[in-house]
Design a protein around this ligand. Structure first.
Ligand code: GDG
Length: 466
């Protein structure tokens, strides 16, 4: 039935995201899902080009086979202000409840608006009336508004991959009062979780131009739009296959030594320092002659040009050093910290080998690592997922061992429980998690979102304000 609906869709799909993949068949969840959707429906994928001296109007075609790809142009100054600045030093920290990390500069917002406007003009040039436009993430929050101002009446959807901020967080954003207006320019705003939908509701309710109609539908100055949750998934089949087929990298651990694993982009939202301290608290209270678990944290650096990311890196190195200093022995290093990027096959095999996964962000839109660990594990003898309440994934994955990453005692207790959990309990929990990860996978996510977007009624003009 879903396929029949997809075939009825007349127009193309136009996807706009910060990056477009360079490979003909991209690896990795989200980009692969969009690649598949575009392969199915046909269309165009637009992303940022390499920064140059001066920004140009329009789009530059990128060689591609099944569907079209194109880049929009960015100047180096815009890269600093739009990408590193407003996107990653204002919106990212704010949407992860870290208003303390904000660096607010008017010129950064001006660059953000300029880039959003330039992309809107470029899309307006090429869009046909029946094309569906699907905008990805926080780099383009005002793109749809700019498109409407240029007269585009297409179906426009947004998917926000990161958490939606609380109404009080938004007070820290100079452009906070415009957020409802930006969102309302879409036909469909997709968020990861019910919690995010509730947070968005709080903000929309405060806007005098917004009126709740129930079932996730809203009226903004007389025009209808919807805000709903679509929890993103992974290609579970593919990841499970990779995990089972790839050889486990040499770890220099005895085969039965317990392995705890963490895999995250090095980002302050992922709670890495809290995780190291939580593991330290576990080491502190464990009996001296008990098992000697190894905690392997893989954390490739990202956004190195933003100073908050340099700070977290230093803080993490200090924490690892002091914990290892206190507990290591001649033949045992409790924390292993790898900053190198690990190839996907090797990563999948590590996910299968691990006895415990530590997925303990302080704020996270979803967190795909939690789902990858569950898909990779052997169902006959599965490991244990320790999951923070603050990951979006927590809504679907209550069968994990849930922790509060701010509470070291709670954290230490969860590690102890995970390492001693009976086979029957591990199997029960894993079976329940696995069912969700395989059912609500990445194909389910794209299908559900695009079906909903394709069903929105034809465009109504905004009603002028009384
Ligand atoms: C955003 C939201 C949301 C990590 N290290 C390596 C590596 N990875 C892979 C993981 C996973 C992906 O990167 C990270 O995905 P997350 O979901 O954990 O996090 P974000 O990058 O912050 O993504 C997030 C997501 O969007 C999707 O909507 O879930 O909440 O923040 O797939 O395995 N992959 C390889 N080597 C590494 O060293 N190959």
């Amino acid at each position: 039935e879903a396929d029949a609906e997809a075939q009825e869709k007349p127009g193309r799909l136009i996807v706009i995201s910060n990056r477009i993949p360079t490979d003909e068949v991209p690896a990795g969840g989200l980009v692969y899902a969009i690649h598949e959707a575009l392969n199915d429906i046909g269309g165009l994928w637009i992303g940022a080009g390499t920064p140059s001296d001066e920004a140009q109007e329009g789009l530059t075609e990128v060689k591609s086979e099944a569907y079209d790809k194109a880049t929009f142009s960015l100047s180096r100054t815009e890269y600093d202000r739009y990408y590193l600045g407003y996107s990653n030093s204002v919106l990212w920290p704010l949407f992860h409840h870290r208003a303390d990390l904000l660096s607010v500069y008017e010129r950064d917002f001006e660059a953000y608006r300029e880039v959003n406007r330039r992309v809107a003009r470029a899309v307006a040039e090429i869009a046909r009336p029946d094309d569906m436009i699907w905008i990805q993430d926080y780099h383009f929050l005002m793109l749809a508004r700019e498109m409407r101002d240029l007269g585009l009446k297409n179906r426009i959807g947004l998917f926000l991959h990161i958490p939606f901020p609380n109404a009080s967080d938004i007070l820290a954003l100079p452009q906070g009062p415009q957020i409802a207006n930006w969102l309302a320019a879409h036909d469909l705003v997709g968020l990861q979780t019910q919690r995010d939908v509730a947070a968005a509701r709080e903000t929309l309710r405060r806007d005098p131009d917004c009126e709740a109609m129930g079932n996730g539908n809203w009226l903004f100055r007389g025009r209808e739009f919807a805000v709903l949750s679509f929890p993103i998934g992974i290609d579970a089949e593919e990841f499970a296959r990779k995990a089972a087929e790839s050889p486990v990298p040499e770890l220099q651990l005895s085969p039965d030594a317990p392995l705890l694993l963490g895999v995250d982009r090095l980002d302050y939202s992922k709670g890495l320092v809290h995780r190291f301290r939580g593991f330290g608290a576990y080491l502190e209270q464990r009996s001296q002659h008990g098992t000697r678990p190894t905690f392997l944290q893989i954390a490739p650096v990202s956004r190195e040009d933003v100073s908050a990311y340099q700070d977290i890196r230093e803080e993490l190195e200090r924490a690892a050093g002091s914990i290892n200093g206190a507990y290591a022995d001649l033949d045992w290093t409790p924390i292993r910290y790898v900053r190198r990027h690990v190839a996907r096959e090797r990563l999948a095999a590590l996910f299968r080998r691990a006895n415990v996964a530590l997925v303990t962000p302080l704020a996270d839109g979803m967190n795909l690592v939690a789902k990858e660990f569950v898909a990779a594990q052997n169902p006959d003898d599965p490991g244990v997922l320790i999951l923070s309440h603050f990951a979006g994934a927590a809504e679907q994955m209550q069968a994990a061992l849930m922790v509060n990453p701010f509470d070291h005692g709670n954290f230490a207790h969860a590690i102890d429980r995970a390492l001693h959990m009976s086979l029957a309990e591990r199997q029960d929990r894993h079976a329940s998690l696995r069912e969700n990860v395989f059912k609500q996978d990445i194909a389910w996510w794209t299908r559900t979102y695009l079906n909903r977007l394709s069903r929105v009624p034809a465009y109504q003009e905004d009603r002028p304000r009384d």
